[in-house]
Write a protein that binds this ligand. Sequence first.
Ligand SMILES: C[S@@+](CC[C@H](N)C(=O)[O-])C[C@H]1O[C@@H](n2cnc3c(N)ncnc32)[C@H](O)[C@@H]1O
Length: 226
Amino acid sequence: MSFDRLARPYRLLETLAFGNALQRARTFWIDKIPSPKRALIVGEGNGRFLCELLCTHPKIDIDCVDASERMLDLARTRVRETCIEFQERVRFFHEDVLTWSPSASYDLLVTHFFLDCFPPEEVKQIVQKLGYAAASDAIWLIADFAIPSSQVAGMHARLWLRGMYSFFQITAGIKVKQLVDPTSCLCEMGFVRTASQVFRAGMLKSHVYQRGDNVRLASALTTDSR
Ligand SMILES: C[S@@+](CC[C@H](N)C(=O)[O-])C[C@H]1O[C@@H](n2cnc3c(N)ncnc32)[C@H](O)[C@@H]1O
């Protein structure tokens, strides 16, 4: 799997397909979580989320892992152009998360539109690996696609997802054909979903998972933020 070919057109394709909805899903919880000290973003892509996180939490240190050198280049450039004062706070790793070993402990993990690129056994492997690198009270933010429960919205989402998976199979070489729900793997690693926000009639979801006894964001939001 490689997103190198898609790195440049990614932003345009995203905007054509979803307007700003994906970015709203990515960033929805940024200013609502307690200030993190050290974050790990895996599969960051072109750096749009990264820059928002840096600007909102200027004291944060961030490790950013992506298997695409071109995506990382875009992310580096975006940091230089939009928040250069914080660039020393970011370390970029050109790595495949399946073989990379985290060497720090993180109180924030972020995997936006990432786990849906992997088959169930790899989702489990990734969640376990990141879970072991998470602090005892860590927060894990996950924005991803979802199938809404209502019949019409569900059918609409299924059609979109079928199209998107076919597109990413051809252009990026991803092997999966359908969404994998990571909730049970996250649960096994001690993460509980504490809040969710849905967008686009439930086709996009932005979740907060949290570990530890002191779960701070207790209320699950279920309003549709179009
Ligand atoms: C669908 S894109 C999502 C990008 C971005 N997080 C977003 O919200 O749109 C998946 C990203 O994960 C990266 N990626 C795919 N497989 C990876 C792997 N095994 N290890 C690390 N990064 C990977 C890709 O290069 C790409 O940047």
